[in-house]
Ligand binder design. Structure first.
Ligand code: NAD
Length: 503
C-alpha cells in the first residue's frame, strides 16, 4: 500500500472513485493518513443492484460450501501475509497501539475468519427430518441464503466487525454490501481487495462509503436488502431497526455497553487490579465490551483503588505506532471533549476524581486527541456516569455491601453486553454469572473472544450473536420441504376443506 492510501468504492467488481473524498486523519497526530471516496445515495443504489443481480444470477450461491470455505481461507491467507502492514494501517487510522492492533485488530480477526471459513465446510445446509407415519414419506430442513445482506461497521474494530458479518454471509451464499466508518476504513478496504484477489465473482461483495445517517440509513431501509447487520452505538441500532421494518428485514445489532466488573472480597488482589485496568483501559476504553464500572466491596475499596492508581500511573501514553505504547489517543476531538464533559458532570453529581481527568501535558500531546486514563470513585447508580457509555479511558468505581446489591447494581443499566467477576471461588463466580444480564461474563478474565464462542449482547446492547458455531444460522432462512403419504389421516385433513363426499 502506498504511504498515502486512497480507497475508492467497489461496486459490481469495479473500483470506482467519486467526486468528493473524506480525509482520514490519524487521531494521534491529526495528519492525513489517507483519503476515501465519499459515496452517495446513487452509489448505494448501484451497489445494492449489483449485489441483487449477483444473487439472482446464482453463480455464488450455487457453488459448493467447500468452495466458499476455501475462498474464505485464501482471503485469510492473503491478509495474514500482510498482517504487520495492516496493523500499522489500523494504528494510523484509529489510534490503536500497534501491539494491540497486531494481536487483536488483525490477529483476532484472522482467527475468527479462519474459524468461520472452516465452519462453512461442516455446516449442515440441509438436514433430514423425521419420517412421520402415516403423514410424511420424507422431509428435510434446508438452510438457504437470505439474499442481499448489508454490513455496517464502526471504526474501533473495523476488521473484526466486518469478518463477523461478511464471512458467514458469504459462507451461506449471500451477496453483501459493506459500509465502513469513514474514520477507519482501510482494513475493510483491504479485506475487500483480498476477496477480489481470491476470485470472488463480481457483485458478490460490494463496498460503499458515505455518512451513516445517509448511506447507512439507505441500506437499512432499502427494499432489496434482506438483512442488515450493524455494529455501532445504541441510537444507531434503534434507527436501523426502525428503518428495517419497511420490508421486515432480518436485523442483527451489536451495540454499546457499560460492563460491570465485580470484585469479590476473596479475589487475588494483584490479578484483579491488573484485570480491572485491562478490562477498562485497553484501547483507551474504546471497546464495546470494556469493563467500565468497577464494583468493589467496602472491605477492599480503599486498598484496591490505591493499588490501581499506582499501577495505572505506569501505563505509557504515547505514539500508537511505538511498540512500547500502552495507550494511544481517542478517536476524535469530539470524543475527547465529550469525555471531559462527562467527568465534570460526574463531579457535580458527587463523584471524586481519583486519577487523570484531563489532557496530558507535554509537546507530544499538542496535536491529536489525547486524554488521561481517568478513575472516578464514589460513583452511584443514579449518576449519569454510571449509566452512559463513555467510549474513552474512564473507570467508574462503585461500592457495594452485599453480593445481592452488587448484582442489582450490575444489572441496573439499559445495557447487557459484558460483565465480569473476580474471585478465588469459581463456583461463586458461576452463581453470580447466572444472575447477570449480559451476553458474556468473564470470571477472572476479560476481553477473551475465542472464535468458538458467539459474541453479542442483550437489552439495549443488541440482539443476535456474531461468530461461534451458529454464526451461519443468522445468514440463512430455513425452508422445510416434505413429501406426503396418501393416508387415512391425510384424507381426513383434506376433508376439513373438501368434505367427505367424493364427486
Ligand atoms: P456509530 O453508531 O456512530 O457508527 C457505526 C456505523 O454505523 C458507522 O459505519 C456509521 O457510519 C453507521 N451509522 C451511523 N448512523 C447510522 C444510521 N442512522 N443508520 C445506519 N448506519 C449508521 O458508532 P461509533 O461511535 O462509530 O462506534 C462506537 C459504538 O459502537 C459504541 O457504542 C460501541 O459500544 C459500539 N460497538 C459495539 C460493538 C459490539 O459488538 N457490541 C463492537 C464495537 C463497537
Amino acid at each position: 500500500m502506498p504511504a498515502m492510501p486512497h480507497a475508492p468504492l467497489y461496486i459490481g467488481g469495479e473500483w470506482i472513485d467519486t467526486d468528493t473524498h473524506y480525509e482520514v486523519r490519524s487521531p494521534a497526530t491529526e495528519e492525513v493518513a489517507g483519503t476515501l471516496a465519499k459515496g452517495t445515495r446513487e452509489h448505494t443504489e448501484r451497489a445494492v443492484a449489483a449485489a441483487r443481480a449477483a444473487f439472482d444470477q446464482g453463480t455464488w450461491r450455487d457453488t459448493s460450501p467447500a468452495h466458499r470455505a476455501e475462498l474464505l481461507r485464501q482471503v485469510a491467507d492473503g491478509l495474514a501475509q500482510r498482517a504487520d502492514e495492516l496493523a500499522r494501517v489500523q494504528s494510523r487510522e484509529n489510534g490503536a497501539p500497534v501491539r494491540l492492533a497486531e494481536a487483536v485488530h488483525i490477529g483476532v480477526s484472522l482467527l475468527h475468519l479462519r474459524y468461520l471459513a472452516d465452519l462453512a465446510d461442516r455446516y449442515e445446509f440441509q438436514r433430514p427430518g423425521p419420517l412421520i407415519t402415516p403423514v410424511l414419506a420424507a422431509g428435510a430442513v434446508h438452510r438457504e441464503p437470505i439474499g442481499v445482506c448489508a454490513a455496517i461497521v464502526p471504526w474501533n474494530v473495523p476488521l473484526l466487525a466486518s469478518v463477523w458479518k461478511i464471512a458467514p454471509a458469504l459462507a451461506a451464499g449471500n451477496t453483501v454490501v459493506i459500509k465502513p466508518d469513514e474514520q477507519a476504513p482501510f482494513t475493510v478496504v483491504e479485506l475487500v481487495r483480498e476477496c477480489e484477489r481470491a476470485g470472488l465473482p463480481p457483485g458478490v461483495l460490494n463496498l460503499v462509503t458515505g455518512d451513516g445517517a445517509d448511506v447507512g440509513a439507505q441500506l437499512a431501509e432499502h427494499p432489496h436488502v434482506r438483512k442488515v447487520a450493524v455494529t455501532g452505538c445504541t441510537s444507531t441500532g434503534r434507527d436501523v431497526m426502525r428503518r428495517a421494518a419497511g420490508n421486515i428485514k432480518h436485523v442483527s445489532l451489536e451495540l454499546g455497553g457499560k460492563g460491570p466488573n465485580i470484585v469479590l472480597d476473596d479475589a487475588d488482589l494483584k490479578a484483579a487490579v491488573d484485570g480491572a485496568l485491562f478490562a477498562c483501559f485497553t484501547y483507551s476504553g474504546q471497546a464495546c465490551e470494556a469493563g467500565t464500572r468497577l464494583l468493589l466491596p467496602d472491605s477492599l475499596h480503599d486498598e484496591f483503588v490505591e493499588r490501581m492508581i499506582v499501577r495505572a500511573k505506569t501505563l505509557r501514553l504515547s505514539d500508537p505506532l511505538d511498540h512500547d505504547t500502552d495507550l494511544g489517543p481517542v478517536i476524535s476531538a469530539q470524543q475527547r471533549d465529550r469525555m471531559l464533559d462527562q467527568i465534570t458532570q460526574a463531579q457535580h453529581e458527587g463523584a471524586r476524581l481519583a486519577l487523570g481527568g484531563g489532557i496530558p501535558a507535554g509537546p507530544r500531546f499538542a496535536r491529536g486527541h489525547w486524554i488521561e486514563p481517568t478513575i472516578l470513585t464514589d460513583v452511584t447508580s443514579t449518576m449519569r456516569i454510571a449509566q452512559e457509555e463513555v467510549f474513552g479511558p474512564l473507570l467508574a468505581v462503585m461500592r457495594y455491601r452485599t453480593v445481592e446489591e452488587a448484582i442489582e447494581i450490575a444489572n441496573g443499566t439499559r445495557y447487557g453486553l459484558s460483565a465480569g467477576v473476580w474471585t478465588a471461588n469459581p463456583q461463586a463466580g458461576l452463581d453470580i454469572a447466572e444472575k447477570l444480564e449480559a451476553g458474556q461474563v468473564w470470571i477472572n478474565n476479560w476481553h477473551v473472544l475465542p472464535p468458538q464462542y458467539p459474541f453479542g449482547g442483550c437489552k439495549q446492547s443488541g440482539n443476535g450473536r456474531e461468530g461461534g458455531p451458529r454464526a451461519i444460522d443468522d445468514y440463512t432462512e430455513e425452508k422445510v420441504v416434505t413429501i406426503g403419504l396418501p393416508s387415512d389421516s391425510e384424507a381426513k385433513s383434506h376433508s376439513l376443506l373438501l368434505g367427505t363426499q367424493e364427486p
